[in-house]
Design a protein around this ligand. Structure first.
Ligand SMILES: Nc1nc2c(ncn2[C@@H]2O[C@H](COP(=O)(O)OP(=O)(O)OP(=O)(O)O)[C@@H](O)[C@H]2O)c(=O)[nH]1
Ligand SMILES: [Zn+2]
Length: 207
């Protein structure tokens, strides 16, 4: 998926904030953080780092320039009358927690019960990218994914589960290793029917 992300997005493309600082300002901020960490931004090994970090941010936070509606715009109706559950499980994602700006990463499992056609399977993985490549909480990301599915596909039901490890809990802070945070949300038939929920959990393989 990374190959489709533009690492050099223009500084003006974000509609969520009034304006972005220039690339030069972003690089200066990185130099400040290097000095704040205790190193010398002028030593040889760090000279190009601000430029690399700015470029990396273009990739890691590309989600601000991605649009869920565009990702889910194309559907297919010719599926032989198939209208049962579609589950795409184990979609890997890397996000950054909005509290510490360090990664949390794991897998997303997305299911829906089609109403009027199905969406290309890759689009569900792309949808995860739209929201993962931002400053996030796991709860917000879970809600945003299912809201986008409901708004754009109008399914009879949808289910989203995220399982993630938060590096702000492992490499700093409480240093609780191997802790997984699980969030899930059900809407439509999945919210109303425990049998559908259990089917989702069983198919995801969640114990
Ligand atoms: N609910 C939720 N909390 C998160 C997420 N990512 C990080 N956090 C938590 O955000 C909280 C921020 O707590 P604060 O007390 O403001 O910050 P802090 O002093 O750095 O907290 P510690 O991590 O406990 O050292 C921490 O408990 C994190 O574990 C997330 O996706 N969802
Ligand atoms: Zn955090």
């Amino acid at each position: 998926m990374d190959a489709h992300v533009n690492p050099l997005k223009p500084a003006t493309a974000n509609s969520n904030v009034p304006s972005r600082p220039s690339r030069e300002e972003a690089e200066a901020a990185v130099r400040t953080l290097i000095a704040w960490a205790g190193d010398d931004p002028n030593r040889e090994g760090l000279l190009e780092t601000p430029a690399r970090v700015a470029k990396a941010y273009g990739e890691l936070f590309a989600g601000y320039d991605l649009d869920a509606k565009a990702v889910l715009s194309k559907t297919f109706k010719e599926v032989g009358g198939y209208d049962d559950l579609v589950l795409v499980k184990g979609i890997p994602f890397y996000a950054h927690c909005e509290h510490h700006m360090v990664p949390f990463y794991g897998q997303a499992h997305i299911a829906y019960l089609p109403h009027d056609g199905v969406v290309g399977l890759s689009k569900l993985a792309r949808l995860v990218e739209v929201f993962a490549r931002r400053l996030q909480t796991q709860e917000t990301m879970t809600a945003q994914i299912i809201d986008a599915i409901n708004e754009n596909l109008g399914p009879r039901g949808a289910a989203v589960m995220l399982e993630a490890e938060h590096m702000c809990m492992t490499m700093r802070g409480v240093r609780a290793h191997d802790v997984k945070t699980v969030t899930h949300r059900f809407t439509g038939v999945f919210a109303e029917d425990r049998v559908e929920q259990d089917r989702f959990f069983a198919m995801v393989g969640h114990r």
